[in-house]
Design a protein around this ligand. Structure first.
Ligand SMILES: C[S@@+](CC[C@H](N)C(=O)[O-])C[C@H]1O[C@@H](n2cnc3c(N)ncnc32)[C@H](O)[C@@H]1O
Length: 352
């Protein structure tokens, strides 16, 4: 049977978000079957370079075929993006003009490639992106305590009936297939089917737990910013609220000079912003795109740009910090320094 291909989501918005330029260097951290990567290479050629990463070895094989025409300017690495910094150091691939994350799974993985990602296809409970990883969905479903299972389903699936589902799972163990698990969740929930299948949230939760999706995303965003050159773009597409929250909060935090709690009268965090939000609002697919590719319906794209602070500005702040301790119109020295530093940063970002 012909396997359905993956249609890249928000394709033109990604190319625009990355501000792809001729001869630019880009990293696609979730290269999948190479849909976005092909568009990036097309726009950046001649001279463009792309490093494509995917944790799933079969995705890398698909990308290799798709990007064959650009084999001289493409480097494809089968690894987890959590190792982004190390990968770039190993291959000397930095600084770059743009980094893309198109999170989650491809249609090929979801449409039943035998690894049990979907409740719509019967398969063993595996759900590993990387087949060399030890932990499988079966381990979680069949060995975790009721409490731990319920916590996973609640936290990563945002499922209100997590305790009930976990109780049913424990009672029915061992559970070895996706159809079996989906049936148990349906029985546990009992309510009539709504817009989404009752097992959707439970499957999402177990997949996230198997692949440590949230921890990996939390860990990689800062690495990505550090690899961007001045005005380099960070583009992230997420497909559920947990991922989007991490991305949104990260971008907001990194676009502020002070991240002290609002109740703190004087800044003590010494945080300086590294990003500028390109689009304040999240970008979503058009109704036409959703009609053409229903999988895109939950996509949310966020874009930020790297700002770099010239060495002389740091020197200026350092000089201010070395001022003798004094009171100026009731202001403490640190408050004065902080205010000056903020003004300076604001002026400086205007110049970019
Ligand atoms: C939505 S698909 C990307 C599709 C791709 N943009 C395209 O146009 O073909 C997401 C891909 O990210 C990969 N992935 C998910 N988490 C990953 C991680 N932590 N490290 C590396 N790859 C990951 C999946 O294996 C999958 O191939």
């Amino acid at each position: 049977m012909l396997k359905p291909a993956h249609i890249p989501v928000l394709l033109s918005e990604v190319v625009e978000g990355l501000a792809v330029k001729l001869g630019g260097r880009y990293i696609d951290c979730t290269v999948g079957s190479g849909g976005h990567a092909a568009a990036i290479l097309e726009q950046s050629s001649p001279g463009g370079q792309l490093l494509g990463i995917d944790a799933d070895p079969s995705a890398i094989e698909l990308a290799k075929t798709r990007l064959e025409a650009y084999s001289n300017s493409t480097l494809l690495i089968n690894d987890n993006f959590v190792n982004l910094r190390d990968i770039c150091t190993r291959f000397g691939f930095s600084p770059v003009h743009g980094i893309l994350f198109d999170l989650g799974l491809s249609s090929i993985q979801l449409n039943g490639d035998g690894r049990g990602f979907s409740f719509q296809h019967d398969a063993p409970l595996d759900m590993r992106l990387n087949p060399d990883q030890k932990l499988t969905a079966s381990d979680i479903v069949n060995t975790y305590s009721e409490r731990k299972l319920a916590d996973i389903i609640e936290t990563y699936g945002e499922e209100k009936r997590s305790r009930q589902i976990a109780r049913f799972i424990i009672r029915e163990r061992p559970i070895e297939t996706t159809f079996h698990l989906a049936r148990i969740v349906e029985q546990a929930i009992k309510s009539p089917r709504g817009k989404i299948h009752p097992a959707t949230k439970t499957f999402q939760a177990i997949r996230i737990a198997v692949n440590h999706d949230m921890e990996n995303l939390e860990a990689v965003l800062k690495q990505a910013v550090d690899l961007l050159g001045s005005e380099g773009r960070l583009v992230v597409i997420s497909y559920h609220s947990l991922e989007d929250r991490i991305v949104k909060q990260f971008m907001q935090r990194e676009s502020k000079d002070c991240i002290c709690p609002p109740s703190t009268p004087i800044c003590t965090c010494s945080h300086t912003r590294s990003l500028k939000l390109v689009a304040r609002k999240v970008i979503k697919p058009s109704p036409e795109e959703v009609l053409f590719n229903p999988r895109s319906r939950s996509a949310k794209l966020r874009v930020a740009e790297r700002i770099t602070v010239p060495a002389e500005s740091y020197a200026m702040v350092e000089n201010l910090n070395s001022l003798p301790r004094m009171d100026t119109q009731g202001w403490r020295r640190s408050a004065l320094v902080h205010r000056l530093r903020r003004t300076f940063m604001a002026l400086q970002s205007e110049c970019f």
